[in-house]
Design a protein around this ligand. Structure first.
Ligand SMILES: C[S@@+](CC[C@H](N)C(=O)[O-])C[C@H]1O[C@@H](n2cnc3c(N)ncnc32)[C@H](O)[C@@H]1O
Length: 444
């Protein structure tokens, strides 16, 4: 790989006799991994699980086919091994309120949600509007029930939600040196000054994250870069500026301690973790776990949401539930631009943030009727629909292409389509024909 001259000399100086092995690792193949979705317990997946990743509870080595049912139905999430270590370190506890501040496309978010299950609250934020949509679609594909997706800059969120979260992940935008092997295009952005530019932005993001963390709360900071400016030096700055403690991270084979001598010589920096591709199977990463001074309490600033569903809308939704579902949804409902959402059981003030997805997207009110959203196809609620049709390979291809299917059943109702009993789509059954409701953006 054609690495910049300045990059090579920098790491020769920092890594000494390890530099040759480090630089040679850029010519090794990328390592693929995936996590299975524990929100579908006991599910059988088609991918081999004979190579578990020892530090990742649901992680395995292997490549996921984007058209395979396990991916389309949200039973697996493709994520390279080292990135999975971030979720392992963050590992939220049940009932916590968790913020994933830089969340798109959603690898860490789906991992954090795997720990939370149905409990607590996960807010997944992404500053870039286009990427926030991709994040929302991955949140939906993974079937998450207690996740809000927002599209804000960190300062706006901090003004809305002071001292609100028990745990915050800042998976920071960085110079991406650890991804050069996966995405050689990233090398084009690299200059000797680029890490310092990224570090300035990381300090801005962390300044806002600190405001949103409850006293005693946990901040996990990660990058996919090797540069000390964005790694140890940032953590040294957080500790010096805000008095956070740097918690020890349990490392497995191949992971190494952060280098105090690459920052301010604070020995606590050895508590952070570095993942180098020449020492383990995976790409380059850095992870730190910090705790804010103070006592953590269990309180959350819950704000009730005003009901916005009109009476006729409520009737249309109930008609859909009665004809098509085995169960309804409990909780606070929100209607925005004719779209119906059911919110996580507890939420903070939602008035001052830009919501991409305030909760589960249930569907849309059309003229005198309610049409369910594609979200319900992959929502992690077994047997949600009264009528589920399992399809074969040919029908799977045809439906994802946009065609109708035939099933002999009179009447009108919305149905879920499954392959190997894994939900991947919904359809509208009208007198023997399943009309295609597969979103145009997902068709193949
Ligand atoms: C490393 S990526 C996040 C990857 C994600 N956590 C995952 O696991 O899929 C960093 C994200 O930070 C976002 N970002 C860029 N500038 C930002 C800023 N000033 N504040 C917050 N996020 C920013 C980027 O758009 C990008 O999506």
């Amino acid at each position: 790989m054609n690495l910049p001259e300045g990059f090579i000399t920098k790491y020769q100086q920092l890594l000494g006799d390890q530099a040759d092995a480090f630089l040679a690792s850029f010519d090794q193949p990328v390592v693929n991994g995936f996590r299975v979705n524990p929100l579908w317990p006991d599910a059988k997946i088609d991918l081999p699980t004979d190579q578990p990743i020892d530090y990742s509870e649901w992680g395995y080595l292997g490549k996921v086919d984007g058209n395979a049912i396990d991916h389309v139905a949200g039973y697996v999430y493709s994520q390279e091994p080292s990135a999975q270590f971030v979720g392992t370190v963050a590992a939220p506890h049940a009932n916590e309120w968790v913020l994933d501040l830089c969340a798109a496309p959603g690898g860490k978010t789906t991992h954090l949600a795997s720990y939370l299950g149905d409990s607590g609250l996960l807010v997944s934020n992404e500053i870039n509007a286009g990427r926030a949509k991709i994040l929302a679609s991955n949140v939906e594909r993974f079937g998450l029930t207690n996740t809000i997706v927002t599209n804000n800059d960190p300062a706006t969120l901090a003004a809305a939600w002071p001292e609100t979260f028990d745990r915050i992940l800042v998976d920071a935008p960085c110079s991406g040196e650890g991804m050069f092997r996966k995405d050689p295009e990233a090398i084009r952005y690299w200059t000797p000054d680029y890490p310092a530019t990224c570090a300035a932005r990381q300090r801005e993001i962390l300044t806002e994250a600190v405001k949103m963390l409850k006293p005693g709360g946990t901040l996990v900071y990660s990058t996919c870069t090797f540069s000390p400016e964005e790694d140890e030096q940032i953590i040294a700055w957080v500790k010096e500026t805000y008095g956070f403690a740097i918690e020890p991270i349990a490392k497995t084979d191949g992971m190494v301690d952060g280098h105090p001598e690459w920052a301010n010589d604070d020995p606590e920096l050895t508590n952070t973790a570095r993942l180098f591709p020449h020492l383990l199977v995976g790409e380059g990463h850095f992870v730190a776990k910090l705790v804010k001074p103070g006592e953590l309490t269990e309180d959350h600033p819950v704000v009730p949401v005003k009901a916005t569903m009109t009476k006729p809308q409520s009737t249309d939704f109930q008609t859909f539930v009665t004809t098509s579902l085995n169960q309804s949804f409990a909780g606070q409902f929100m209607v925005r631009k004719e779209q119906l959402f059911v919110l996580p059981s507890q939420v903070p003030d939602l008035m001052h943030v830009r919501l991409v997805r305030p909760g589960i997207h249930l569907g849309m009110f059309k003229k005198n009727r309610f049409e369910p959203s594609h979200t319900l196809a992959t929502l992690t609620v077994p047997h949600l629909f009264k009528q589920e049709f399992d399809v074969d390979d040919a029908e799977y291809q045809r439906y994802r292409h946009g065609e109708t299917l035939v099933r002999e059943l009179p009447g009108k109702q919305f149905v879920r389509l499954t392959k190997e009993h894994k939900g991947f789509a919904i359809g509208h059954l009208v007198n023997d024909t399943i009309k295609n409701l597969y979103p145009k953006g997902l068709r193949v």
